[in-house]
Design a protein around this ligand. Structure first.
Ligand code: AMP
Length: 458
């Protein structure tokens, strides 16, 4: 049977062009099921995780529909997307702008942290699509700055998380102002969430098609290696790769420059490498990915942007050369391994400046990364000096030098808000990821890793 291609699902030529530019070749499982049902006019209840391609699954059929018909009410928003966090809203807006590239439709974002008056001015311009967080949108409803009387599509993204965050009253305040004849799509990582059915009954008016995609947790072993500095990280990376036998590994780095430098370093160490970053042309990107898929290269170095949405089977290991800048980005990265019921492994290289960020991500995920070491490469940095922070120091307390202070100010801020923290241990990981304790401190997910690395071997 031939694999379906995107053009089988979407007929609008402007959208097809945008899909081609984005490089989406085949629909993801959620797209394959949700798009035809949405095009047929159904309401949808979809269980699907971040990273599964769900944004395009709801955006594409909704955009295609509004491109094909006149608005019900020209002053009303046509597609409204509610999402729990600003970060997700931003991602959706970005994805929408990419898909709208060859159309004249506009998208607007309404989240907290920005002045209301600017958002009001933006809403007066009537963008066809509005993406927002429930709290701020609720405020706009009170100010009567929104018009959803002619709404054609309502999307609730990550509905489970909105419930976790106590946003259901705001959600209902908004949905009650939406045109009842709309189509409604509700996406949730799990359907087990308490109160979800109640919410569904109130927002989905009429029958709905239920779609379940891969609710089974994937097992990803999450580990970290401490590093003194970037040079140390490079040595750790080379040793990590040399000591493991793998068919496919993806290495994430935060900048294009570092990606290119890593490419050189790994080539020098005789690895078969391909690199993806924002300056790589679409044609080159396709070639690099084909080589990696076919096994002609075994290591893919990538920046976050370049690696978005990669669905490559058989990635055994993801390495974070730089720590991801947020919990969601970390999830996106490690979601490249352990796909389709395979086990996976993620190793993050963490230096002093990334310690707080890493701990924030652990809290966000409700997980603890297993600390491992590389034989002969254990550095000086072993986490924060507890005698400094605990106040329970015994003996001499190290004085804080001017340089320490300067470094402190450089420490990356953890992008985890209080709101998100409320869900700790509650939602994110239990369904999406399972932290697997390694048997010997460095247990390979598969037999393919030949040499064991002894955690305590110095
Ligand atoms: P999402 O689950 O919507 O957050 O999507 C994760 C990433 O996958 C985004 O960067 C999308 O641009 C990308 N993506 C969505 N659909 C596809 C597809 N069919 N092929 C390749 N990438 C995709």
């Amino acid at each position: 049977m031939t694999q379906p291609v995107f053009h089988d699902l979407i007929s609008d030529s402007q959208l097809r062009k945008a899909i081609d530019v984005l490089g989406y070749e085949q629909p993801t499982p959620v797209q394959l099921k949700a798009i035809p049902a949405a095009v047929a006019g159904e309401n949808l209840i979809v269980s699907s995780k971040t990273g599964s391609g769900k944004t395009a699954a709801f955006l594409l059929p909704a955009i295609q529909a509004i491109l094909a018909r006149p608005p019900v009410n020209p002053s009303s928003t046509r597609i409204l997307i509610l999402t729990p966090t600003r970060e997700l809203a931003r991602q959706i807006v970005k994805n929408a702008e990419q898909l709208l590239k060859f159309t004249s439709l506009k998208v607007g974002m309404v989240c907290g942290g920005e002045e209301l008056k600017y958002q009001k001015a933006m809403l007066r311009k009537n963008p066809e699509i509005v993406v927002g967080t429930p709290g701020r949108l609720g405020e706009h409803i009170s100010h009567k700055s929104t018009d959803f009387s002619g709404l054609e599509f309502l999307v609730l993204d990550e509905a489970d998380r909105m419930l976790d965050m106590g946003l259901s009253d705001d959600v209902l305040k908004i949905t009650n102002t939406c045109r009842p004849e709309r189509q409604t799509f509700l996406f949730s990582a799990t359907m087990e969430q308490k109160g979800l059915r109640h919410l569904i009954k109130q927002v989905i008016l009429g029958a709905a098609e239920e779609i379940y995609i891969d609710e089974k947790p994937n097992a990803i072993t999450q580990q970290m290696l401490l590093a003194d500095d970037y040079k140390h990280k490079e040595k750790l990376l080379v040793a990590l790769l040399q000591k493991s036998t793998f068919e496919k590994v993806i290495i994430f780095t935060n900048t294009k420059l570092k990606a290119s430098q890593l490419d050189n370093l790994l080539r020098y160490n005789k690895f078969r490498v391909g690199t993806l970053h924002g300056d790589i042309t679409q044609d080159q990107r396709k070639i690099t990915l084909d080589h990696f898929r076919q096994g002609r290269t075994t290591v893919l170095v990538a920046t976050d942007v370049a690696a978005r949405g990669l669905d490559i089977p058989g990635v055994e290991l993801v390495v974070n050369m730089d720590m991801a800048y947020s919990g969601d980005e970390y999830l996106h990265r490690i979601g490249r391994t352990g796909r389709a019921d395979n086990e996976g492994r993620a190793v993050s290289l963490v230096d002093a400046k990334e310690w707080n960020l890493t701990k924030g991500i652990e809290r966000y995920l409700g997980a603890t990364f297993e600390l491992i070491t590389m034989p002969g490469l254990k550095g000086k940095y072993q986490g924060p000096d507890k005698t400094k922070s605990s106040g329970k120091s015994v003996g001499t307390k190290k004085k804080t030098t001017a340089k320490d202070k300067k470094d402190d100010t450089k420490a990356p801020k953890v992008k985890v808000r209080e709101r998100d923290k409320k869900n700790i241990g509650n939602r994110r990981v239990p369904t999406a990821l399972k932290v697997v304790a390694a048997v010997d401190g460095f247990a390979p997910p598969k037999k393919k890793i030949t040499k064991q690395i002894d955690d305590n071997d110095e």
